[in-house]
Design a protein around this ligand. Structure first.
Ligand code: HAM
Length: 466
């Protein structure tokens, strides 16, 4: 009995303590001494990665439109491959000892232990897709283009990001030198259409046999100049001597200027092939600069290699705006039949930096088509009709800017001005009664009244005449 009482008393004691604790807690709160709320940290973008913001939206759409129109003109099909691939795909193609694979690849283990990577470039994925999807059975060559983000864990600086964007074109199954020339023309014209003048730097690195013989000579030379080279380049002498050729270090550049040139080690076949590429470029009136030290940072190239640089150096220290070359052995290396191929890719973020600078200076206006429309309405019935007509125009592929909230007609026309549209479609009460609509030329102020039923035809007519 005494034991029971003791236990009950102990329980009461515990209950009292608990109650006391809660009481002090609540009393603290009610006294208004509540700790100041800790401000939540807003998550930030990851280092080297950035948002493309609304103010740059037009510019990015413009670049996409130019890529679209160029690839269309050259009959390339659009493809999209996954951003995540087996890490092996890149180490076997770009090369294990390249900076891209050994230092910069976003490689990680998946939940099941498989080794994956965020794609550092597009070519390897396109070739994998060509093989996986039996594209060898399609009429050759297969010409494909792509557009999207790539990932490299580089030290970020202006024009160098960890997530960046490329527009790329690959021709698989054409061994003719004309394919290389055509890819160079496509790149050159992409920049030209965006009013960027580029220099095409070009070289040939021949076949692996040519390269092997050349590397023996190059390593001999570099060893003899070892003490003049930068620390970084000294490490590369035995690992990847070709990469020393495009070192940015002024100390290295002096040594490289005197180095043996790969062009002198090319087989007759590779030399003749290279001459053909140059002849086609002459034929196409594309200016180029022979750059004997150009070797590129990816191991899969054979014969032609090229890069595009901004001829006016609009943004200092930007590096290449794009690059590419032939990769005749890559498909075989991945397990396919020997298939010749070549390609190129444009670095869109660098192009965007140049265009932004040009926009600031008033030298460039991103334009997504000459005809630009704004639909202005007055009153509820006109708003309903506007909904219908905008949809009809959209079905005909005609985009119309509008604000179907409650702004006044004046406010809508001000918005049209701000959006720098070429024409405003105005639907007021009178037009509603007559089933007509006004088309107003925003620069001349000239207005035309047309039948609502004929709106699509009238706009198409305008489009043709612009
Ligand atoms: P790449 O030279 O490594 O070639 O890249 C092409 C372009 O992408 C560069 O010229 C540069 O403009 C841009 N780029 C590269 N890394 C970055 C970065 N970290 N930040 C911003 N832009 C960058 C290739 O990727 C090959 N797949 C090209 C190719 C296609 N070869 C044959 N077919």
């Amino acid at each position: 009995m005494a034991e029971k009482k003791k236990k009950a008393a102990a329980k009461k004691e515990v209950a009292k303590k608990v109650l006391k604790k809660t009481a002090t807690k609540t009393s603290k709160k009610t006294k208004g001494e509540e700790k100041p709320k800790k401000k939540k940290r807003i998550p930030q973008t990851v280092r080297g990665m950035k948002d493309i913001l609304p103010q740059d939206g037009k510019l990015w759409r413009h670049m996409r439109a130019v890529a679209d129109s160029i690839t269309n003109a050259y009959n390339f099909e659009f493809v999209e491959t996954p951003i995540v691939e087996e890490a092996l795909l890149f180490s076997r193609t770009i090369g294990r000892s390249t900076d891209i694979v050994s230092k910069e690849m976003y490689a990680f283990e998946d939940k099941d232990g498989s080794k994956l990577a965020l794609r550092p470039e597009g070519t390897a994925s396109i070739v994998r897709s060509y093989l996986n999807n039996g594209m060898l059975t399609l009429p050759q060559p297969v010409s494909m283009w792509y557009y999207g983000p790539m990932f490299r864990h580089e030290r970020p600086q202006s024009g160098r990001y960890r997530q960046f964007h490329q527009f790329g074109c690959e021709i698989i199954g054409n061994k003719d030198a004309v394919a290389d020339a055509q890819l160079i023309v496509m790149g050159y014209n992409f920049y030209k259409d965006l009013q960027i003048e580029t220099n095409v730097l070009i070289n040939s690195i021949g076949t692996p046999d040519d390269r092997e013989r050349y590397i023996v000579e190059l390593v001999g030379y570099l060893r003899s100049k070892r003490s003049y080279l930068s620390e970084e380049s000294r490490k590369k002498i035995s690992k990847n001597p070709l990469r020393i050729l495009d070192s940015k270090d002024p100390q290295d550049q002096e040594v490289v200027a005197e180095a043996p040139q790969i062009i002198d080690w090319l087989s007759e076949k590779s030399k003749t092939y290279f001459m053909k590429v140059l002849e086609y470029l002459d034929e196409l009136d594309i200016p180029y600069v022979l750059k004997p030290t150009l070797v590129r940072g990816l191991d899969y190239y054979t014969d032609t290699v090229f890069e595009f640089v901004d001829a006016n150096n609009t943004v200092k220290g930007l590096g290449s705006l794009g690059g590419g070359g032939r990769y005749n052995l890559l498909i075989e290396q991945l397990g396919g039949e020997p298939t010749p191929a070549s390609g190129m890719a444009v670095g869109l973020d660098r192009v965007a930096l140049i265009l932004k600078k040009k926009i600031e200076k008033g030298e460039f206006t991103p334009d997504t088509g000459k005809l630009k429309l704004y639909f202005a309405h007055l009153g509820e019935p006109a708003k309903r009709r506007a909904l219908y007509l905008i949809e009809e125009l959209r079905r005909a592929g005609i985009a119309v800017n509008h604000h179907l909230g409650k702004p006044s007609l004046k406010a809508q026309l001000e918005q049209a001005n701000k959006a720098e549209v070429s024409h405003a479609l105005i639907l007021g009460q009178k037009e509603m009664q007559d089933d007509t609509i006004i088309i107003r030329d925003m620069s001349s102020g000239i207005q035309e009244m047309v039948d609502q039923k004929k709106i699509v035809r009238e706009i198409e007519k305008l489009q043709k005449n612009m």
